[in-house]
Unconditional design. Sequence first.
Length: 134
Amino acid sequence: MDDIQFKKNYSSFINPNYTVPPVSTNTQKTGAADPGSSEFGQLFRKTVEQQQLTFSKHALQRMDSRNIPVSPQLVSQINGAVEKAKSKGIKDALILNGQTAFIVNVPSSTVVTTMSGREMTENVFTNIDGAVIL
């Protein structure tokens, strides 16, 4: 619904004497808790700091169909590679581990797809801006 249609349909419901209260410019705290000190704020901060590697549905399907084993040690190595890529400002990374390649979206720490050695030969990787070799 566009703005004109909205005004046409709903402007008759608004009292002409309706006033919007002014926005307070007072910067003093009014006894409200600091958002970072609330339980939610602490949990959110901890989650962001310890963002774990996730696998997209597509990546999980590729790992299953291509029989690519992923151990907890490999996940830890990929996490470390993602942190290195993040420190360099990389957005989409190719992470190579021997005969396996992982394409990872670095800001979200999500493995987008995987490839085994057979699929990598004579293949061109596009839409990546960095690579990390494990």
